[in-house]
Write a protein that binds this ligand. Structure first.
Ligand code: NDP
Ligand code: MG
Length: 382
């Protein structure tokens, strides 16, 4: 039986992970969770799954829950996230928290030799080299949850890394795929949160609309599969049926297909290298779909993707700046303090101001992350 600790239990990936655990009670047991501020849902998860350790964002929430559940261990804040990640009874960590706050818990869990099912892409973007080095040193597997990376991981089973010609990530295009840049100047938070294919947390839905999500995924792919940026391409594919592909030297391309349902890659990460039946999964009927469409990406239209390639290639702390500026700008947009098009401007300004530090330590990364957020706030006067 796999014993799971889950960061971000109340989120979109978190609750879908709980669905998987629920479907296979003989295989999985939830032993520890971390949530943020959603006390109602946390309460329900404690009742339904009886985790032994629960962390929440704030002490006051932990105190309130402690009265109701005296037999549960409670913690809070960033330390709580790490306590859940390294909980001694867990052998696998599902990291589904949003943002670079997931970095330290991931590193600590790797040191404790937990397998890591990683949805939290910001962690790999902000400090991919540290995470990969630590995973290698401790011989820990990093199992991708993000659908594109799961697709690539699946396409690479039984293949030799040296035979890869390039990775092809597919992009649905997000809420604003068919709008021109001019049409984006007055879009609202509500418009941006309306994703055509996937139902996800607010931050990643905005990232999909700006195409930053694909930029973060390019960097994530670079680290997970150890491939140069020149050999990672992005293709617009509006149906989200092909989740990504690998092209090999002999010109063969292997793709993974499926309906857009995150529970499939989540389950694959939890059962790898096995595949369990998934009774409620909608099966793909290609004869009903008929056609699939592909289009080249326009890097001028989707500036965040261009900036991501540039930051990734520059290396050092540039991806940290890209990620932190994006987190701060998206939070400001969601809060009504920045416009949609300002997101990319803020990221570009933060990147052009930054002097990169090569091979940064964890302390460097944390400092640059904090400074970048402050800089973005200062530009927005917040
Ligand atoms: P959500 O916003 O739905 O969920 C985020 C989770 O993190 C919630 O449980 C939230 O708690 C918790 N959280 C946020 N801030 C804190 C904090 N400071 N301390 C503790 N917990 C915190 O996000 P998603 O599930 O959509 O995404 C999670 C990650 O997975 C992201 O990195 C995203 O990019 C990635 N991902 C998501 C996909 C998707 O389909 N959703 C697909 C591929 C990758 P609470 O709500 O209780 O405040
Ligand atoms: Mg994805």
């Amino acid at each position: 039986m796999k014993h799971i600790s889950l960061l971000g239990a109340t989120g979109s990936i978190g609750t879908q992970t709980l669905d998987i655990i629920n479907e296979h009670p003989q295989e999985f047991k939830l032993v520890a969770i971390a949530a943020g501020k959603n006390i109602e849902l946390t309460r329900k998860i404690i009742r339904d799954f009886s985790p032994e350790l629960v962390s929440v964002a704030e002490r006051s929430i932990a105190n309130e829950l402690k009265v109701e559940f005296p037999h549960v261990l409670f913690s809070y804040g960033e330390e709580g996230l790490t306590e859940v990640a390294v909980y001694h009874k867990a052998n696998i960590l599902v990291n589904a928290v949003s943002g670079s706050i997931g970095l330290v818990p991931t590193l600590e869990a790797i040191k404790e030799k937990k397998s890591i099912a990683i949805a939290n892409k910001e962690t790999l973007v902000t400090a991919g080299h540290l995470v990969m080095e630590e995973a290698k040193r401790n011989q820990v597997s990093l199992l991708p949850v993000d659908s594109e990376h799961s697709a690539i991981f699946q396409a690479l089973q039984g293949e030799n890394q040296k035979n890869i010609e390039r990775l092809i990530l597919t992009a649905s295009g997000g809420s604003f795929r068919d709008r021109t840049r001019e049409e984006l100047s007055n879009v609202t938070v509500e418009d941006a949160l309306n994703h055509p294919n996937w139902s996800m947390g607010a931050k990643i839905t905005i990232d999909s609309a700006t195409m930053m999500n694909k930029g973060l995924e390019v960097i994530e792919a670079h680290w997970l599969f150890s491939i140069d940026y020149d050999r990672i391409d992005v293709l617009l594919h509006k149906e989200s049926i092909i989740h990504s592909m690998v092209e090999f030297h002999d010109s063969s391309i292997i793709a993974q297909l499926g309906t857009p349902d995150m529970r499939v890659p989540i389950q694959y990460a939890l059962t790898y290298s096995d595949r369990f039946k998934f009774p409620s999964a909608k099966r793909l009927k290609l004869e009903e779909i008929g056609k699939l469409h592909f289009r080249q990406m326009d890097l001028e239209r989707f500036r965040c993707l261009k900036l991501s390639y540039e930051a990734g290639k520059a290396g050092g702390t540039m991806p940290t700046v890209l990620n932190a500026a994006n987190e701060a700008a998206v939070a400001a947009f969601l809060d009504g303090k920045a416009t949609f098009l300002q997101i990319e401007d803020l990221i570009e300004r933060a990147l052009s101001k930054h002097q990169t530090i090569s091979n940064p330590s964890l302390a460097d990364i944390r400092e640059v992350d904090l400074d970048t957020r402050k800089y973005v706030h200062s530009l927005l006067k917040i």
